[in-house]
Design a protein around this ligand. Structure first.
Ligand SMILES: Cc1cc2nc3c(=O)[nH]c(=O)nc-3n(C[C@H](O)[C@H](O)[C@H](O)COP(=O)(O)OP(=O)(O)OC[C@H]3O[C@@H](n4cnc5c(N)ncnc54)[C@H](O)[C@@H]3O)c2cc1C
Length: 414
């Protein structure tokens, strides 16, 4: 069958991979010139089932409200009159109970763990270069109280199969010798030996090249504007370069998915949550991070990518804008300079801002649309690199009429 995948971020490209494997004729359409040019461009690259906590929790409304008058670098909340924003916030607020937070965390963790297995199978088949590290992630805590609380909370993820060890500051230095000089700043860490990291952009672009060799067609610089409908089917996708007919359409447009889905009678509860990243060259510096990590008190995530180091921070509700100013990176740079003073040439950092396609629950939207040949694979939020491989395998299984390997509760649009 001829499948059109809309969007060439990590989600669209992994969808193309799975559908090509299943024997379909696949065309991927994206308005950018290269794959992974939007949100999949500059994320932290943590492949982290052990970080699958739902953002909605009993503490979340208070944290959001306080950010209105605090100049918080980690979380910024700028209410707008946009009804899409208030609709999303209302749904998010409904998820902020202890029970919903636990359930959403469990569902996210299950998908992430499944996705890790799919990712390894893909790597074994496709040998994609992506500057990956498969030696665990450190979740660092500065106070003993916060470390103990995190260790207890992690039971929720351990129940979903995540291996999470509580280690002291000497353990931190042993896992990543680059932190030896500053280990005294930390009470310790949670160490997740099965979590990984790697450059999502590099992976997506190399996988797209590999797929082109396997016969997948990529149409870049092509903006999807609408659809030709016939009864309960989509006959063709309309773009600024003409129409493209297909038997099956997969919508994987990240934060823009709701805009086009609206034309197809679907209200997707996805809202952009902005984040910022820096990428600095190691450039002769002698002590870059050895493995990925998160400074949990400052909410700065980082990962080593060969001769570069990436760090990300901030969850900002401020609409679809992607502009940035030097002060948006100041706090994150200060943390990276504190932890890895000899880790990279921080002065030469590349600055970037991107939009996480967040659902109120934190779980993605998968499954069939109102039109019989329309499928959704979108809304992976702050964990799209981690979830994409599993979500795309599930999408291919659903299209093939096969039962997915994990339950999809909370991920199917009702
Ligand atoms: C700061 C930050 C840090 C993050 N860190 C992590 C992390 O450590 N681990 C993790 O797992 N995830 C992380 N994420 C989340 C992850 O990056 C996203 O979930 C993921 O990139 C989303 O992929 P996507 O393919 O759905 O969206 P995108 O990458 O945005 O792809 C959607 C594509 O659709 C195209 N498009 C949109 N509209 C149209 C149209 N009308 N016509 C044609 N094409 C169109 C866009 O050009 C784009 O290429 C982070 C995100 C941010 C912002």
């Amino acid at each position: 069958m001829k499948v059109l995948v809309l969007g060439a971020g990590i989600v669209g490209v992994t969808t193309a991979y799975e559908l090509n494997r299943d024997g379909h004729e696949v065309t991927v359409i994206d308005r950018e010139a290269l794959p992974a040019s939007f949100t999949s461009y500059g994320n932290a690259g943590l492949f982290a089932p052990s970080h699958a906590y739902a953002w909605s929790s009993p503490a979340a409304p208070g944290i959001l409200l306080r950010s209105l008058w605090r100049n918080d670098q980690a979380l910024r909340f700028r209410p707008t009159p946009d009804p899409q924003f208030w609709n999303w916030m209302w749904k998010f607020w409904q998820q902020c109970t202890t029970e919903r937070a636990a359930l959403n965390t469990q569902r996210k963790a299950r998908l992430c763990a499944y996705s890790l297995g799919v990712f390894h199978e893909t790597l074994a088949r496709a040998k994609i270069a992506y500057d990956g590290r498969q030696d665990g992630i450190l979740y660092l805590y500065r106070s003993q109280k916060a470390l103990d609380a995190a260790g207890a909370k992690a039971d929720l993820l351990r129940k979903e199969g995540c291996v999470i060890e509580l280690i002291g500051r000497d353990g931190v230095a042993a896992k990543d010798p680059a932190l030896s000089e500053v280990k005294g700043k930390f009470a310790g860490a949670l160490f997740a030996p099965n979590d990984e990291s790697g450059d999502c952009r590099l992976f997506t672009r190399n996988m797209a090249k590999w797929l082109e060799e396997k016969g997948v067609t990529f149409k870049f610089g092509t903006t999807v504007t609408g659809f030709e409908l016939e009864g309960d089917r989509i006959k063709a996708v309309v773009t600024d370069k003409g129409r493209e007919a297909g038997d099956i359409i997969v919508l994987a447009l990240g934060v823009y998915s709701p805009h086009l889905a609206r034309q197809l009678g679907a209200k997707l509860p996805i809202y952009p949550v902005k984040g910022y990243s820096i990428t600095a060259p190691v450039a002769g510096r002698n002590n870059p991070p050895g493995i990925g990590g998160i400074d949990e008190e400052n909410l700065v995530a980082y990962a080593p990518y060969g001769d570069r180091v990436r760090a990300t921070a901030t969850a900002e509700f401020s609409g679809y804008g992607r502009t940035h100013r030097p002060e948006d990176f100041r706090a994150m740079l200060a943390v990276m300079r504190e932890l890895f003073p000899h880790g990279a040439d921080w002065e030469r950092s590349e600055y970037w801002a991107g939009l996480r396609p967040m659902t109120p629950e934190g779980t993605p939207i998968l499954g069939q649309g109102r039109y019989r040949n329309l499928w959704f694979n979108t809304g992976q939020g702050h964990m799209g690199w981690t979830m994409s491989h599993g979500a795309s395998r599930i999408t291919a299984d659903l299209i093939a009429g096969k039962k997915p390997k994990i339950p999809l509760d909370g991920m199917i649009l009702t």
